[in-house]
Design a binder for this molecule. Structure first.
Ligand code: GRF
Length: 222
């Protein structure tokens, strides 16, 4: 696998399984030249993923690797890896990719693969995050961009956004508020990485950001 060259444009692969709205946020940032990167390939494990059409409309190469075509997870991951390498990809963004990756794949892409998760990790990893946040009665929800490690939804954190949970929220309204924040922080995190401002040291990402938010988001407001 090619190593990342400091200062070189990232050659991105984006893995999706569905709607692709985070992928679309990355595409828009790339189109507006907010990210120093080339998007080489959008790959889905599902042929019906709506995001494939969005990527194609943006002139980006797409590929489908259906899980059922392979005998096991290792063979599936090897096929995904081969497609990515053939496209020259050197950095991966998971954007609603709904398959668990094997340790071998995760190791091969260590510190060159990020994910977005709709909670303030390490709270609420896994599925049904918004339902669980509502059940727990938290006052702040949010989203996290992190490098990918073996355990689901763990890894060095690059960026987070917090949003309030409002008294009459249901899963849909909370998800929509969090999703709007996702669309802000995924391009931001990728830009910081593309600019060489993020270093992974052990299990933490050190971020040399131009600005840091100060103060607290208090909910209910004081
Ligand atoms: C997002 O909420 C993302 O955080 C999670 O899956 C959802 C994907 O949505 N990992 P989209 O396909 O990006 O619209």
């Amino acid at each position: 696998m090619a190593q990342l060259t400091p200062g070189a444009r990232l050659k991105l692969g984006i893995l999706i399984s569905g709607r692709g709205s985070n992928m679309q946020a990355l595409i828009e940032a790339w189109r507006e030249e907010r990210i120093s990167a080339d998007i080489r390939l959008v790959l889905s494990n599902k042929a019906e993923a709506a995001g494939l059409g969005l990527a194609a409309a943006a002139g980006i190469a797409t590929a489908v690797v259906p899980y059922r075509d392979y005998p096991d997870r290792a063979a599936f991951d090897a096929a995904v890896d081969a497609k990515l390498r053939a496209a020259g990809v050197d950095f991966l963004c998971l954007a609603g990719f709904m398959r668990l990756l094997t340790p071998g794949f995760i190791e091969a892409w260590r510190d060159r693969m990020i994910n977005i998760h709709p909670s303030l990790l390490p709270a609420f990893p896994g599925l049904d995050t918004h339902r669980r946040a509502l059940e727990a009665g938290v006052r702040l929800a949010g989203c996290t961009v992190h490098f990918v490690r073996f355990e689901t939804d763990t890894g060095p954190i690059v960026a987070q956004a917090a949003v309030p949970v409002l008294p009459d929220d249901d899963e849909a309204s909370l998800a929509a508020r969090v999703l709007a924040a996702e669309h802000r922080i995924y391009p931001l995190a990728l830009r910081l990485i593309a600019e060489g401002r993020v270093r992974v040291i052990g299990e933490k990402a050190l971020v040399d950001a131009p600005a840091w938010a100060a103060g607290a988001l208090v909910n209910p407001a004081d």
